[in-house]
Design a protein around this ligand. Structure first.
Ligand code: FE
Length: 172
């Protein structure tokens, strides 16, 4: 019996270690990056399936890692109370409570509302080293996170309006 208990304890310990590694936090000043490239996501669709579901603008951002032109997105200068979801899969990402005017031309948040729904990944495209922000459920590209945000996190999640869906009102 004691061996069984020891084995169960070992399994529990391993599970805790794994979940601790997988947990992401936007609550401090450290930018978290995934240790391995996440290529598998809970929601998997072909490009054709995404194209049917998304507008060309949404597809260009979410599935092709495009960026909307600055100061053009519908949520850039938009401060209504509510919740922001992934436009592709509906995962909750941000709330208006952490949205602020960064002046950069895109919606900016200092913290995700559901950390586990966000994946951060090193991005060396376009001759820059940046941290890409993706939806953890569907892998959709959302934007980038920079370390020049306001307190309390010091982070600026610079997110394309086209990657978001907004729902007004307080969370149920
Ligand atoms: Fe998503």
């Amino acid at each position: 019996m004691s061996i069984n208990f020891r084995f169960i304890g070992f399994v529990a310990l391993i599970s805790i270690s794994f979940s601790a590694c997988a947990q992401k936090s936007g609550n401090n000043n450290q930018t978290k990056t995934t240790s391995t490239a996440m290529d598998t996501f809970e929601i998997k669709k072909t490009d054709d399936e995404w194209r049917k579901q998304l507008s060309p603008v949404q597809f260009g951002i979410l599935r092709e890692k495009g960026t909307e032109r600055p100061y053009t997105g519908e949520f850039d200068k938009f401060y209504e109370e509510g919740t922001y979801y992934c436009a592709a899969c509906g995962a909750e990402l941000f709330t208006s409570k952490t949205k602020y005017n960064s002046g950069c031309g895109w919606p900016a948040f200092y913290e995700p509302s559901v950390n586990k729904n966000i994946v951060e990944k090193r991005d060396v495209s376009h001759g820059m080293v940046r941290i890409e922000v993706m939806c953890a459920k569907c892998g959709g590209h959302l934007g980038h996170v920079f370390e020049d945000g306001p307190k309390p996190t010091g982070l600026r999640y610079c997110i394309n309006s086209g990657a978001l869906k907004f729902e007004a009102g307080k969370k149920k």
